[in-house]
Design a protein around this ligand. Structure first.
Ligand code: SF4
Length: 278
């Protein structure tokens, strides 16, 4: 029976980012009204991890807002990683922005298995959605993570004004990094954000997933933000198009559905929930 992997996110710091990524609710430039906080208490992170372990998630991702993995963040994320790994058998992911090899090695030594850093879109289109850092900086961070032995989680966001050519170029670049997992996000419009696009239509989204799968046959393709907005309660076609994993329990600043309902839905579609993250 086909198995679907469940992954979960813990935003350990949120909002107030000084970068200007035009699709992101956490940028200080856009008055999105998201809650701003730093360094969630470790005990709270462990509590969230416990919930996701209980519902059957195999992945747990520690996410910080902001451009890069500073030394202070490295120390904090390492403490959080150890606390989670001591208690739960998660595939542990960290998502903390641009990073050098030394900091990434520290995360690995603290028990982090994968590093998530998205290329987001094609190299050519990237300057249209972000002016405060470069696509090359993102690519280099992915290379740094791989070079210290971290597995890679590298994907991006669709529906932000990019062309099909951009999508092809983007997936060629993602494939060149040979990621273990690749998240697909579909843009969720918000009046405070500068990108004025509607939610992507289901058919186009399915084509995006098929395109991703054609480039990433050995990569676990994960549906992330925008799943509910694009597919509503009818998500079977998304799995048929090539999705292998989903994020449960909500996203960084968008609510998801209830985890239990997602699990019920997967079973109703005749698939099972993966119990080993291999
Ligand atoms: S760097 Fe990350 S958190 Fe900051 S605005 Fe860009 S996507 Fe959002």
């Amino acid at each position: 029976m086909r198995e679907i992997f469940l992954c979960s996110i813990c935003n350990v710091s949120n909002g107030g980012c000084k970068e200007d990524c035009a699709y992101c609710m956490q940028s200080y430039k856009y008055k999105t009204g998201v809650e701003i906080y730093k360094d969630k208490p470790i005990s709270e992170i462990v509590k969230e991890a416990e919930y996701f372990a209980d519902v059957g998630a195999l992945g747990f991702c520690l996410v910080t807002a902001g451009r890069s993995l500073t030394s202070q963040k490295t120390e904090y994320i390492s403490r959080a990683a150890r606390a989670v790994k001591d208690r739960f058998d998660f595939h542990l992911i960290a998502c903390c922005g641009s990073a050098d090899k030394e900091s990434l090695r520290e995360l690995k030594n603290a028990g982090v298995d994968s590093y998530n850093h998205n290329l987001e879109t094609s190299k050519d289109f990237f300057p249209k959605i972000c002016t405060t850092h470069t696509w090359n900086e993102r690519y280099s961070t992915c290379e740094n993570a791989a070079s210290v032995g971290l597995m890679l989680c590298v994907g991006g966001i669709m529906g932000i004004g990019e062309s099909w050519k951009d999508r092809e170029e983007f997936y060629k670049a993602v494939a060149s990094l040979k990621p273990f997992t690749s998240p697909i996000n579909f843009y969720i419009p918000n009046p405070a954000l500068p990108i004025k696009k509607d939610v992507m239509k289901r058919d186009e989204a399915l084509e995006c997933i098929k395109l991703a799968k054609s480039y990433l046959q050995d990569t676990r393709l994960m549906m992330a933000g925008g799943r509910e907005a694009v597919f509503g309660g009818e998500q079977k076609e998304m799995f048929d198009a090539g999705i292998d994993a989903i994020i449960i329990g909500g996203y960084l600043n968008a609510d998801g559905g209830e985890s239990e309902k997602d699990i019920e839905m997967i079973r109703k579609y005749g698939m099972d929930i993966a119990v080993v993250c291999h």
